[in-house]
Design a protein around this ligand. Sequence first.
Ligand code: SF4
Ligand code: FES
Length: 360
Amino acid sequence: MSARADIAAPMGLLAELTHRCPLACPYCSNPLALDPRSAELSTDQWRRVFSEAAALGVLHVHLSGGEPASRPDLVDLVKHCRACGLYTNLITSGIGLTQRRLHDLAEAGLDHVQLSIQDCEEGSADRIAGYDGAFARKRSVAAFVGAEGLPLTVNAVIHRANVERAGAMVELAISLGARRIEIAHAQYYGWAMANRRALMPERAAAERAIAEVERLRKCHEGVIVIDHVLPDYHASYPKACMGGWARRTLNITPSGKVLPCHAAETIRTLEFATIATQSLADIWYNSPAFNAFRGTEWMQEPCRSCSRKEIDFGGCRCQALALTGDARQADPVCHLSPFHDRVEFFAEGAAPTVDYIYRR
Ligand code: SF4
Ligand code: FES
């Protein structure tokens, strides 16, 4: 299937190798209906995916899950990505990674590790993860990553339970040897949407966290790079989710469905092709689901006549659907959306804390 001049090739591929994971984070980006192990692509099928991705123009592969270390063939898959000339980033909880396994991954050509942390206080971190001992394990894994000479990024999702320690998590990341930290306020779809009342911080607490992280960015310039993903619900304009629908990246689920973003299956009016029946290139360029919200032609007001439409592409389609019932609406995070009050109502975060619905 040949490329189309009006559509750029994707740069990044998120490969969800499995939905299995020892942790149970209440903001997990996996869908509520998880793919079972029996439905997962085989080693050979993933190899074919990576070969096709490289031929399509993909440069970076993010090996993710669930927990990608749950796949016994992880080292083989990294080796194959390296042979295809792909840059590999392992996105991991750390559970299931021994020093030996990290050594084998490094030998196979792994380029980078992204390690999640749930909090900088052990008890809270383990409670959020739903796994006793997770925090201590992650500390060890960070040391193994350093010993292998692999660059480390720490990922921290910010929400009600840890929002007062966003700054302390930057300090923790530095002490773990990370060169980069992604401080991302929770995005509310999938499991996070199910846990929205428990996760949503009060507006004042979110604003304090933002100010503290920005202060530390200046303080630690040259020591650690801080990527700061601001909280949608406390913003006036949305983000260009995924850099725009089907514009730069694609996701593949454990069973081989090809999606423009990890929450796309919540848009039930779309049908997603699988790599078992169609080539990756054909899906990227020609599938109705990828073309549904590509560019700006699909937009209705207020986006259609807005000067920001090529900047944020109307925000997140999945969030628009979740909050308005219509994926074609402007993301209600936008203050110009007629549904913006639905975001403002929750943005105060005043609801009493409730127990998490853990991802199981
Ligand atoms: Fe973005 Fe649409 Fe809001 Fe304009 S109206 S800022 S394009 S979401
Ligand atoms: Fe699907 Fe934002 S998560 S478009």
